[in-house]
Design a protein around this ligand. Structure first.
Ligand code: ATP
Length: 136
């Protein structure tokens, strides 16, 4: 069925490599969808949900930071981390959320690097908790 080839790669592994019908990804200037015949383009990827449909089945993933290239009916996504919804460790994400919240409570108001890191960690943890609920 699929007319697009989707590849999602992290420094650790090839997370997805398969034919799909549609991909929706969190681009740096907003969510974008790709169908067969899409014009070539490049986009940054920000932490968010990536999903694809293939044979009427939708799979949900968390992706963090990276970029995507669309060209010749191929969608290539290179990101720091990616997890399938059903493989997310919710307890780990809850612990990461709690740690980040503690750090933010201590450093609230400051603009230092720890504060910025804690904010980003909190965002990733909340995202993982949210997307984990979408496991099939
Ligand atoms: P933690 O503090 O729990 O490590 P983090 O947000 O700092 O969370 P990342 O740096 O985004 O983690 O990811 C490091 C690696 O751990 C990546 O391979 C990522 O896919 C994986 N990972 C992080 N959190 C989870 C989770 N809750 N469930 C499954 N894999 C996870």
């Amino acid at each position: 069925m699929g007319k697009l080839h989707l590849e999602v790669v992290t420094p650790e592994k090839v997370m997805i490599s398969q034919e799909v019908d549609i991909v929706v990804a969190p681009g740096s200037i907003g969510e974008f969808g790709v169908l067969e015949g899409h014009v070539p383009f490049l986009s940054g990827i920000v932490p968010g949900e990536l999903r694809y449909s293939s044979a009427n089945q939708t799979e949900h993933f968390v992706v963090t930071t990276g970029f995507a290239e669309v060209s010749d009916n191929r969608v290539s996504v290179l990101v720091d981390a990616a997890e399938k919804a059903s493989e997310i460790d919710v307890e780990r994400a809850q612990k990461a959320r709690d740690r980040a919240e503690e750090r933010l409570a201590k450093d609230r108001g400051s603009e230092d690097l720890d504060f910025i890191r804690a904010e980003a960690a909190l965002k990733r943890a909340m995202l993982r908790i949210r997307v984990a609920e979408k496991k099939i």
